[in-house]
Design a binder for this molecule. Structure first.
Ligand SMILES: NC(=O)c1ccc[n+]([C@@H]2O[C@H](COP(=O)([O-])OP(=O)(O)OC[C@H]3O[C@@H](n4cnc5c(N)ncnc54)[C@H](OP(=O)(O)O)[C@@H]3O)[C@@H](O)[C@H]2O)c1
Length: 192
């Protein structure tokens, strides 16, 4: 059984934690005021926080991330303009996190699935699909297995370099929902 520590207690923390718990995984949550003091007990740590909060969390835990799988779920938008990402052009939040945590296995996942589609496990009549990018095959397989056990489809989307494309998809989907062209329970589905 994979064990998860989810940093954050908000909408996505609960949606992701619900799927993982449905699949029989052990899930513990770390609230904002526990960051740095609560133990990272899980083999996998999910950063269910806004991207600007990640730097402080990395500073608080430092080398306690070593050897862990770290899941970045963020869509690092400039929320003032809704017109660009805040990460360097061609890069991604996940790549920036991996550079700061060279001894962890960083995965990008969940950023293309609105919380409501994880809770409902369907989108437009299709199963909800979590796209996972990362460089460590074992880490990706463990996350995919835990997600699938919880009743949500998972697909290996390639190396961590694909986080750039996943963040572009997440960015577009967010702008469509924020401008009320799609609903927050809609978005991009994956048909196979
Ligand atoms: N919502 C979605 O459908 C969706 C979909 C895909 C990806 N995402 C991504 O998921 C992440 C979380 O979004 P959300 O919708 O779950 O947001 P949310 O409901 O506002 O929850 C954010 C969580 O992060 C915590 N937090 C905020 N600042 C922090 C800090 N400096 N240090 C530690 N914890 C901090 C908050 O704690 P407090 O409540 O105590 O402030 C809260 O528990 C974001 O990166 C977002 O881009 C969201």
């Amino acid at each position: 059984m994979t064990t998860f520590s989810i940093i954050g207690t908000g909408t996505m923390a609960n949606a992701i934690g619900g799927v993982l718990a449905d699949g029989g995984s052990s899930v513990t949550y770390i609230a904002k005021d526990e960051v740095g003091t609560a133990e990272l007990s899980g083999d996998v740590v999910v950063l269910a926080v806004p991207y600007p909060a990640v730097a402080g969390i990395i500073a608080a835990y430092g080398d306690r991330f070593d050897g862990k799988t770290v899941v970045d779920i963020s869509n690092p938008l400039d929320f003032e303009t809704f017109d660009s990402l805040t990460v360097p052009v061609g890069s991604s939040a996940a790549a920036e996190i991996q550079a700061k945590l060279p001894n962890a296995h960083v995965l990008k996942a969940f950023n293309t699935t609105f919380a409501g589609t994880l809770v409902g496990k369907t989108i437009g009549g299709l199963p909800t699909t979590v796209l996972i990018a990362g460089d460590d095959a074992t880490a990706k397989q463990a996350l995919a297995a835990a997600v699938e056990a919880g009743g949500v489809t998972a697909i290996d989307a390639g190396s961590l370099s694909r986080a750039h494309e996943l963040e572009a998809v997440g960015f577009l989907q967010l702008t469509l929902a924020a401008s009320e062209k799609i609903s927050w329970t809609g978005g991009f589905a994956v048909a196979r």
